[in-house]
Design a protein around this ligand. Structure first.
Ligand code: F6P
Length: 380
């Protein structure tokens, strides 16, 4: 029988983090299990910094609250941990053994790892080193392998849809092209779904390298039908067909490491080029962190609660080394081994790399077909 569990929230925040934390904590309470939270994700694991959650006022009334009550850390890899020394020098060290020791000494029977592909890669590595882990798939990008949906995604799409509704009216009023740059480093889920729900005319996603002359052509066709405005959605990770062209590369992309790389800037470039190609004035809005912050949608609250409660069920069954997923619309689990794909080596290389198993939009996906059927231009 498990007696004591800990939650670790890691990576970029999403709406729904707290709803998952709450669901795990409440399920633990139902079964008389103590529930703790590591502070600031993997950083808390290294620093042995955790707090009791059940019965703690900070864990009360959190289902609608954005962010994470126990924090989160990005780009924190316990196998390649940045250590700052007193003399000002910096080294990167493998502190995974320290993490294992910390978890064992604290007596946690299970650590729930809430995060995306990098977080789950670390979870798998730590599992092989002896920590009982259960992953819960998080990210607004919706690109975690082996699951149909991650928590936080629905809220991000909803925020992008709201932005598109607002951009539509200003586009129409001023006869402009309005470009909305949304998140999505490797996968175009947010762009594609919000383009459909927000009635966009063009959508550019990382999976389909784009040719802006095609986008311009579709905008001109609209002009010919008397529509002197257009709305364009661009994923931050979208690339031009002519991949070498610096014009359309998001700043600082490093497809090999994927780590510490900042995306962004593609929207401005697309707007400038479309203005030149169509003669219509174009403006760009970068939605950025609005997609991650704030209140989760009702859908995300329910999904997060389902994920958290199921993860706790798996813990009570002592089924570890897995990711809680949605498969064929139902809660299920897959071994983390499957989730990490070919990125097998334990250590510094985490998610977002060439060997990672991110879930991309495939060309036979019904969203692609739907978009094409209703005349949305995909830039190809
Ligand atoms: O992975 C989720 C995500 O929102 C990406 O879409 C985005 O590129 C990234 O996080 C930005 O993260 P940060 O600036 O917090 O490192």
């Amino acid at each position: 029988m498990i007696k004591k569990v800990a939650i670790l929230a890691n990576g970029g925040d999403v709406a729904g983090f707290n709803a998952v934390i709450r669901a795990i904590m409440r399920s633990a309470q139902t079964h008389g299990i103590e529930c703790y939270g590591y502070i600031d994700g993997y950083k808390g694991l290294v620093e042995n910094n955790y707090i009791r959650l059940d019965g703690n006022p900070i864990a009360s009334g959190i289902i609608a609250k954005g962010g994470s009550i126990i924090g989160s850390s990005t780009n924190t890899i316990v196998f390649h941990y940045k250590v700052e020394h007193e003399d000002g020098s910096v080294t990167y060290e493998d502190l995974s053994d320290l993490c294992v020791k910390n978890v064992k000494e604290a007596g946690f029977d299970c650590v729930f790892t809430l995060g995306g592909d990098s977080t789950q890669k670390s979870a798998r590595d730590l599992y092989l080193k002896g920590i009982n882990v259960i992953g819960v798939p998080k990210t607004i990008d919706n690109d975690v392998a082996c699951t149909e949906i991650t928590f936080g995604y629905n809220t991000a799409v909803s925020v992008a849809t709201d932005a598109l509704d607002r951009l539509h009216t200003t586009a129409e009023t001023h006869h402009r092209i309005m470009v909305l740059e949304v998140m999505g480093r490797f996968a175009g889920w947010i762009a594609l779904e919000s383009a459909i729900s927000g009635g966009a005319d063009v959508v550019l996603i990382p999976e389909i390298p784009f040719d802006l002359t095609k986008a311009a052509e579709s905008i001109r066709k609209r002009q010919a039908r008397g529509k002197n405005f257009s709305v364009v959605v661009v994923s931050e990770g979208a690339v031009s067909k002519n991949g070498e062209s610096e014009n359309f590369k998001a700043e600082g992309v490093d497809s090999k490491s994927g780590i510490n790389v900042k995306f962004g800037g593609i929207g401005v470039k697309v707007a400038k080029e479309l203005q030149e190609l169509t003669g219509l004035e174009a403006r760009c809005t970068v939605l950025g962190y609005m997609q991650r912050g704030g209140t989760p949608t009702a859908y995300d609250r329910v999904l997060s609660t389902k994920y958290g409660a199921k993860a706790m069920e798996y813990a009570m069954e002592e089924k570890f080394g897995i990711l809680t997923v949605i498969k064929d619309g139902k809660l299920s689990s897959v071994p983390l081994e499957e989730v990490i794909g070919n990125n097998k080596e334990i250590g510094a290389v985490q998610g977002g790399t060439d060997t990672s198993n991110v879930r991309l939009v495939t060309m036979d996906n019904e969203l692609i077909k739907t978009a094409r059927n209703i005349g949305i231009c995909l830039g190809d």
